[in-house]
Ligand binder design. Structure first.
Ligand code: SF4
Length: 337
């Protein structure tokens, strides 16, 4: 049984079907695996009372977590996992004041082709399976020992392009008997797949999750040059869909805006951005572009970034300037490859 791809409901049914054990025992086992990373259950009282079940379950469980190959540490910790077919993905642990946020990948490569992104350069190799997504959390928490309380789907890949597996991973991540990370602490970032946002909004828990959109432009002509997804889903269609997305009380859509020198960083861009976002409750994250190897684009100077930010603040838009954490590790947004 591949344990990291089991929701509690799946697990409970398998335990009932194969071992004829009840949901309480299933919950004890599930908790021990996901919270403590322990597959032998020796420290779990209920399980000790059922030694035959304990032994067979341990023998039947498969924990596929890949091999952690490389760790880069500066102000963030980026780890590379080698998957069973030899392909590699990256995840980033970002320290916050009291805990850590984990940025995870959902695909190997990406087919969205955003021009400023390292991951998109080589196209899509494949989707990650459910267990390859959840194993990143297992590795950060159990293998590397970090207290992870927030998850952002902002690593390699477009999460809504791997919809089914990402949705199942969200169910596993948020189960209180499992990793126990509530969806209110999870942010899913999309390049603007309007079809995927629509399907996400139909999930019964949609209003709990935080939705982030990587916008990066103030009009269609700039956006289409940077992000081919805009040819199919224009900014007009995007804002219409975002406006329908269910939000919690006081919730808002996070808008990611990578500021690129002489491309999208003018005062006019800032003003158009404010107008464009008026229909939705939003918070903007401004991210000065983080050049990779052979980048086509440049980072705006400090004055330009601050001027842009001032236009937003003067228009009473909630704006945060994302710290350039991971700049040296090449691990900031859109820089995983
Ligand atoms: S920015 Fe995101 S959606 Fe765009 S190519 Fe990179 S990984 Fe894909």
């Amino acid at each position: 049984m591949k344990i990291l791809e089991q929701t509690f409901d799946d697990f409970k049914s398998l335990i009932k079907e194969y071992y004829k054990k009840d949901r309480f025992l299933a919950a004890s086992a599930y908790r021990e695996i996901f919270k403590n990373g322990n597959l032998n259950f020796r420290s779990v009282k209920d399980m000790n009372r059922n030694p035959d079940f304990m032994k067979s379950l341990t023998a039947d469980l498969r924990l596929n977590i890949g091999d952690i190959e490389q760790k880069n540490s500066e102000d963030v910790l980026k780890f590379v996992t080698k998957l069973s077919d030899g392909l590699k993905i990256e995840s980033v642990i970002i320290p916050m004041f009291t805990h850590n946020t984990l940025c995870i990948s959902s695909q190997v490569g990406c087919r969205m082709g955003c021009k400023f992104c390292e991951t998109g350069k080589d196209g899509l190799k494949r989707n990650l399976s459910v267990e390859e997504i959840t194993a990143q959390i297992y590795n950060a928490r159990i293998t590397l020992g970090y207290d992870i309380r927030n998850i952002v789907y902002m690593g390699m890949g477009e999460p809504l392009d791997n919809f089914k597996n990402v949705i199942k991973s969200l169910e596993i991540i948020s189960d209180p008997r499992g990793f126990d990370i509530p969806l209110t602490k999870v942010t899913l970032s999309t390049s603007g797949r309007v079809d995927g946002i629509n399907k996400l909004s139909e999930q019964k828990w949609a209003e709990k999750i935080n939705l982030a959109v990587s916008l990066n432009a103030s009009n269609d002509s700039i956006r289409s040059k940077l992000m081919p997804v805009n040819d199919k889903y224009s900014m007009g269609k995007l804002i219409e869909e975002l406006n329908k997305f269910p939000l919690r009380t006081k919730g808002s859509i996070f808008v990611e805006y990578v500021l690129i020198k002489d491309v999208n960083d003018s005062i006019d861009d800032a003003r158009r951005l404010v107008e464009y976002l008026k229909p939705i409750k939003n918070q903007i994250n401004l991210i000065p572009y983080n050049p990779g190897k052979d980048s086509l684009y440049r980072t705006p100077d400090e004055r330009t970034v601050e001027q842009f930010r001032k236009v937003l603040i003067d228009s009473e838009v909630f704006v945060r300037r994302r710290a350039t954490r991971g700049r040296m590790a090449m691990a900031a947004c859109g820089q995983l490859s």
